[in-house]
Design a protein around this ligand. Structure first.
Ligand code: UD1
Length: 342
């Protein structure tokens, strides 16, 4: 019998890629999503890639009664990967309560019913935003967490604290938080990828939409950072590599290979790339020059961050393997499929 894993937010960007990796890794998957920021067509994409359509339940994880019913309906559930959350940094500054309510209540409901129904294993979708601008680079897991720049970032920190405290109080439960750097790219088949609603805030969807002619030009936020070319540096990680790390984390928990009942890992490539380098690499792999304008720094942005990946590499036996070139090429392939561009 295959182990059943709940993927919350499984019709979203990282959730859908993880559902594919789980199915290909021999797990049964059930997805819960309220389709607030994703569509049902993602299930078609997952089915096209894997030949399997995962079970799907549409509801809001803030609804405690629905969460309770879910756990009753799936008594064979073994583990949960919790992606479902609001994630727009700018919106979180304008609507903090929306972020605190959604991102915290859904996690609290899940842990509450995990305890009651003996579902012991939780993987949590966290972010390198918990480090703020680290003093030392690359950033290791022992770097201090800094006060968050946005309510969104703060929800990630608070969620990690909720998990840490709950795992201490409920020692039969186990959890791994995965701190993502900047996930980009799409599945190599082009059947699933990132589907930003409205104007994208993130760099790569904005680049691919500009290449598709949807935007006139890209704004490069800041050219006076203390970096070799003056633009900000991030660690861009292929979403399929990232998704695979979740399968490794699930297997670690199910096989009781974890060293403590709350662990956290950085998921990045270990290499930093500047915004201008991203534009150049996109040109190199697609032949398309992106129109861009240098503008002021974006509020809340940090200068540079990239991961020390040794802990994840050694403890999880996981490593990001895809190149930036192939990742940007997959992002463009996905955008072309969406827009019907040949
Ligand atoms: C941020 C958060 C991350 C969160 C993600 C989700 C931090 C450190 N990171 O990532 O936790 O999960 O948002 O939305 O807070 N850029 C441009 N022009 C654009 C868009 C972006 O120049 O049109 C630049 C940014 O200034 C930044 C880089 O590209 O230097 C990456 O930006 P983005 O893709 O938005 O990700 P982060 O801000 O790093």
């Amino acid at each position: 019998m295959k182990d059943l894993v709940l993927v919350t937010g499984g019709t979203g960007y990282i959730g859908s890629h993880t559902a594919v990796e789980l199915i290909e890794g021999g797990y049964d998957v059930v997805i819960v999503d309220n389709l607030d920021n994703s569509t049902l067509e993602t299930l078609d994409g997952i089915e096209k890639i894997t030949g399997i359509r995962p079970a799907f339940e549409k509801f809001d994880l803030c609804d405690k009664d629905r969460v309770s019913q879910f756990f009753i309906k799936y008594p064979q559930l073994k583990a949960i990967i919790h992606f479902a959350a609001h994630k727009a940094v700018g919106e979180s500054v304008e609507k903090p309560l929306k972020y605190y309510h959604n991102n915290l209540s859904s996690l609290i409901n899940l842990i509450h019913f995990m305890d009651r129904h003996n579902v012991d294993n939780l993987v949590f979708s966290s972010s390198c935003t918990v480090y703020g601008q680290p003093r030392e680079l690359p950033v290791t897991e022992s770097a201090p967490t800094l006060p968050a720049e946005s309510p969104y970032g703060n929800t990630k920190q608070i969620c990690e604290e909720i998990i840490c405290d709950s795992m201490r109080a409920l020692p039969k439960l186990k959890s791994i938080a995965l701190r993502y750097f900047n996930p980009i790219g799409a599945h190599p088949t082009g059947h699933i990828g990132e589907l930003p609603m409205g104007v994208p805030n993130n760099l790569v969807p904005f680049i691919t939409q500009t290449a598709a002619g949807i935007h006139q030009s890209l704004k490069v936020y800041g050219s006076d950072y203390n970096t070799p070319d003056g633009s900000a540096i991030r660690d861009y990680i292929n979403v399929n590599d990232l998704a695979r790390a979740h399968v490794v984390a699930i297997s670690r928990l199910l096989n009781k290979e974890n060293r403590s009942n709350y662990e956290f890992f950085n998921l990045g490539t270990g290499t930093g790339t500047s915004v201008l380098e991203m534009i150049r690499t996109f040109h190199k792999v697609t032949g398309i020059s992106i129109n861009y304008k240098i503008v002021d720094r974006r509020e809340g942005d940090i200068e540079k961050v990239w991961a020390d990946t040794r802990f994840a590499n050694e403890e999880l036996g996981w490593k990001a393997t895809r190149t930036l070139e192939e990742t940007l090429s997959s992002a463009w392939n996905w955008e072309k499929n969406l827009r019907g561009i040949k």
